[in-house]
Design a protein around this ligand. Structure first.
Ligand SMILES: NC(=O)C1=CN([C@@H]2O[C@H](COP(=O)(O)OP(=O)(O)OC[C@H]3O[C@@H](n4cnc5c(N)ncnc54)[C@H](OP(=O)(O)O)[C@@H]3O)[C@@H](O)[C@H]2O)C=CC1
Ligand SMILES: CC(C)(CO)C(=O)C(=O)O
Length: 327
């Protein structure tokens, strides 16, 4: 099985190291810059459970060096995907599956969903529908990424917690391609349930991200602090209820209450969200996939989002001022 992980940063690097160490698949990564050079020179280093190991991984700067794959895992930030399309397409053949490992609303959301919005391209995550047209939604296997990881230094990924990557076909089918990939990931020591309704699970993760991430960027607060402060907890809750109304109009089943989800986010502890970390590092923030796309879904379903709109206006303005927003 030929697998290429495109964008081997924190999450892609973690997955790559686990698959490489299991040694069962023909694995490659596409990376760039100092990270690529370090991996080529000294291997992909992973710190997990206080132990450092080194994985030997084929690492390329250009997809053309690797040829057509069975699976391409996209582990880029959502805003990095459209600019990388020319580099990704050489990996795709007729039967290549593409696994999207991003937080937020995925660009393929309305593929095989049925109903009046079937086939709708989301402008917030796929302006002009170019990702949809160039990658093709029929290739897609969706996912929800639970592990937390960071790139500590070029070539060095630190796993923080979590081993679960849920997978699911947009159609809900338990296809051979999703089952086989899940088997390989499980053999690499990961927890990989195959879901028949991956969208509902995407929403539960998104629920926390669409509220806690911008609030943390605006306030500089950790998840625990936002959940403990009555005013910010209430703000998060209102945003989440607005989002829940949109999700339910789209047929999403929320298996837990909003208060349980807030408690879950707070229990993560004194942890800075990825959006706050990106702001502090001067890196582009994933505002459009986590927040703007929810606002767009609200418009599409006729569901007002006054609080999400206000928080989005503020966090986008902040990101523009700090040079952390890709337009
Ligand atoms: N990190 C985490 O704990 C979690 C992350 N997620 C989600 O997973 C997704 C990936 O996040 P994360 O792993 O943190 O992001 P990272 O920024 O750590 O990794 C993305 C990698 O892709 C690389 N990249 C971007 N464009 C290209 C390109 N054209 N060619 C080659 N490499 C490229 C980046 O390089 P460069 O650094 O040079 O830009 C970087 O190494 C996001 O949607 C995030 O929200 C979900 C759960 C937890
Ligand atoms: C930590 C967590 C779960 C916050 O909702 C996250 O996914 C992020 O920081 O992007």
């Amino acid at each position: 099985m030929r697998i290429t992980i495109f964008g081997a940063g924190a999450i892609g690097g973690y997955l790559a190291a686990k698959l490489a160490m299991a040694g069962r698949v023909d694995l490659s990564i596409v990376a760039r810059g100092a990270h690529l050079e370090a991996i080529r020179t000294a291997g992909l280093r992973l710190i997990e459970d206080g132990h450092e190991s080194v994985a030997s991984v084929r690492a390329a700067a250009q997809a053309q060096e690797l040829g057509v794959q069975d699976y391409v895992v996209l582990a880029l930030k959502a805003h990095s995907l459209a600019p990388a399309l020319d580099q990704i397409t050489p990996l795709l053949g007729e039967g290549t599956a593409v696994v999207t490992m991003q937080n937020g609303v995925p660009w393929w959301y309305f593929h095989k969903m049925g109903g009046s919005l079937e086939g709708t391209r989301l402008q917030a995550v796929d302006p002009g529908g170019v990702i949809w047209d160039r990658l093709g939604p029929d290739r897609v296997i969706g996912s929800v990424v639970y592990p937390a990881a960071e790139v500590d230094a070029p070539g060095l990924v630190r796993h923080i917690e979590g081993k679960r990557f849920s997978l699911g076909e947009p159609s809900g089918e338990k296809s051979e391609r999703v089952t086989r990939l899940a088997e390989e990931m499980v053999a690499a020591g990961l927890q990989v349930p195959v879901r028949d309704d991956i969208r509902s699970e995407i929403w539960v993760k998104l629920w926390g991200n669409l509220s806690f991430n911008p609030i943390s960027a605006l306030t500089g607060s950790t998840l625990a602090a936002i959940a403990a402060d009555e005013a910010t907890r209430t703000l998060a809750r209102i945003m989440m209820l607005e989002a829940q109304a949109i999700g339910e109009r789209l047929g999403v089943r929320f298996p837990i209450s909003v208060d349980r989800r807030i408690k879950g986010a707070g229990d993560v502890g004194e942890h800075k969200t990825s959006m706050l970390q990106d702001l502090e590092r001067g890196r582009p923030m994933e505002i459009d996939a986590l927040v703007t796309a929810v606002q767009e879904l609200g418009r599409l379903t006729g569901q007002p989002t006054p609080t999400i709109d206000s928080v989005l206006a503020l966090v986008r303005r902040l990101a523009i001022e700090r040079g952390c927003y890709l337009i």
